[in-house]
Design a protein around this ligand. Sequence first.
Ligand code: SF4
Length: 334
Amino acid sequence: MMPIKVRKALENKKYAIVGNHSAVQICRWTKSSLNGKGGCWKEKFYGIESHRCCQFSPAVIWCENRCLHCWRPIEMNLGAEIGKIEEPKEIIEGIIKARKKLLSGFGGNKKTEKRKLKEAQNPSLFTLSLSGEPTLYPKLAEMIKEIRKRGAISFLVTNGQNPEALKALEKNKALPTQLTLSLNAPNKTLFHVWHNSLRKDAWNRFNKTLKILKNLKGKTRRVIRLTLVKEGSEKGKFKELSNMKPEHVKEYANLILFAEPDFIHVKGFKSLGNSRERLGYDKQPFHEEVREFAKKLQKELAKNKYKVLAEEEKSCVVLLGKDKKMMKIQKNKI
Ligand code: SF4
């Protein structure tokens, strides 16, 4: 059960809480698209519709990790046990209803494109990436099927701590359209410092998930996402700490080559939300630094035909992959 104090704190951040453990929030890029200022880099790369994107979580404040770069309020984390859970259909219906309420405020804004606002009422994409670890929700397979039944794309982002949950998705024929594994530390020592996990065997669990990602080739779109944090210039507890040192390139490459994902997101850290208390603006790499790191990584991956497929400076992200033709999500493959 979510304590009132936590619920209040999340509502202050414009989360709409649905039931005991789920929440939805309007992404800044959904707002930007509704106001005719363009969608997110995933719209550019994969052809999704940012104005029809529903960013939510069935485990909004439950996660076994407390990652240094996380912009969510990890200091309020309630651990890895959600407790009493709600049914997937009930949650999805509640999420869509709560999102409509959050969108209602846009109607009065002159800048809002009316056609897009109308379309936005009916999500074409559900991203299980808002906050917390979605694989902690035990009925995730049914939830993804519920999303698919609505003809919508599903994006699942995981920290890799629940390999069994991913196996269950495969077994139940409920793999998401796109499965993203967050890789933020390329060796065991940095992994434990970076993720501060409740799981003593966190590194082993992560490596089991890499193996599962490898074996899901051709069954879902598989992504590995790096969020790069540079050494700082300002005073701070984590000034020297970085996950983008030159010696890390080969270590990342070895893990990536083991899983051989379809895409790699090399993204620069943004000091946003609660992460600002841990890592300041001086820890944010410039796009140029992210591009340099991505190029070095690509060189290590070139033998497996990975190349730079696209980049988006305003979001400080570079996309590596093998096949440009695979980028756009096909309607018949959701
Ligand atoms: S895909 Fe992600 S960044 Fe893009 S609109 Fe949805 S939540 Fe926002």
